[in-house]
Design a protein around this ligand. Sequence first.
Ligand code: CMC
Length: 429
Amino acid sequence: MTESLTVRDNRTGQEYDVPITDGSIKAADIGKIKADEETPGLAVYDPGFVNTASCRSAVTYIDGEKGILEYRGYPIEQLAEKSNFLEVSYLLIHGALPTKAEYEAWVHEITYHTFVHENVKTFMQGFRYDAHPMGMLMASTGALSTFYPDARNISDPDNRHMQIVRMIAKMPTLGAWSFRHAQGKPYIYPDNDLSYTANFLSMLFKMSESKFEADERLVKALDILFILHADHEQNCSTNAVRSVGSSQVDPYSAVSAGIGALYGPLHGGANEAVLRMLRRIGTKENIPAFIEGVKNGNEKLMGFGHRVYKNHDPRATIIKKACDDVFEVTGVNPLLEIAKELEKIALEDEYFISRKLYPNVDFYSGLIYEAFQFPPEMFTVLFAIGRTPGWLAQWLELVQDKEQKIARPKQIYTGERRLDFTPASERWA
Ligand code: CMC
């Protein structure tokens, strides 16, 4: 039996049967409900798409109540522990784990596309000395579309594959150069003998040594952070990639729009706020007074709470463990002790328990990034590098989805109508 919803329009007394599929109804079916033939059909008002499914997707599954995050069906905990970022990227893009031969070919392809055209370097050098690295990353990613004009040929699978490889490969190069630029240091070329993440660290931190070899524990921790950020279904930046991509523009332009969305403080900036908060608290003794302030509504406990996760954020648990590994190498950041104590006190407090507020991915990630000596402006760049395969997997799904159309939401018009225009010469006379 097909499930349906019976809707009675009290304006007309007419009843409608609206089919329910996959726990949702089609907005187009609601549009058939009309007060009369002249009036437009009923629309759904949903600012921020809080309860609107914009696509069908087989990339990422989230169950916020149970704290579950899966990429292509695989739990994030297992991927973080047993896989690596390039294998996870393959999984997101292709929908299945690679065979040995597929994996080796994939790593080879990505490794040999890490270099960018020399002119990219020249225009990046043209940014102001204090340019925000995220602005540089957004601009340089968008600019790649001019270096690969064939990328607009989005209906050709081989062509799509080529651009996906290029983008995953080049993002660390662009990100690292944005970082070096702000420091006034020379840009470092990729070292293709190194793994994806080790090469990124080399491009960030290499100075006069002939080879930069990062501590393996740091490489592993950063690789895990990339995995944790690789996709999160229809979040703001992914929605931006899909929305812009729906115009059939090339993927560099679509991903550049995603980077723009991620740049915003409501999306990519909370971990920086956590660090500021921990610094302000200063010592463990100040925690109870801080918690009281939060409960009195004076401020928020940054890094706590999530729109989707109402039990725990599975990424937070993994990051907390990665913290210990990183601090083993770099020495403990004194803020970690405050963070752990804060978490302990908050998790036992009725205010946080009753509101289902738990640490989210940002509670510990800023501490790790700081241990790597990244300035806060770089945090979102790291997020963008990790999120690139997710954006591309979602873009790929979009361009092959026959049901998708150019994104074009409706509006509820609230302005004036049918005003008479008087020319300026008369109005100002
Ligand atoms: N500290 C104190 N109280 C909080 C917090 C917090 N961090 N988060 C929510 N609350 C309270 C909120 O005041 C409200 O209380 P009441 O019912 O008494 O009015 C209740 O909990 C429900 O909150 P909400 O605002 O309805 O929850 P939301 O789903 O709209 O907001 C959130 C989710 C993430 C925006 C919010 O929890 C928040 O601002 N957290 C701090 C910022 C942060 O850590 N952001 C990173 C999110 S993870 C990023 C990612 O996934 O990429």
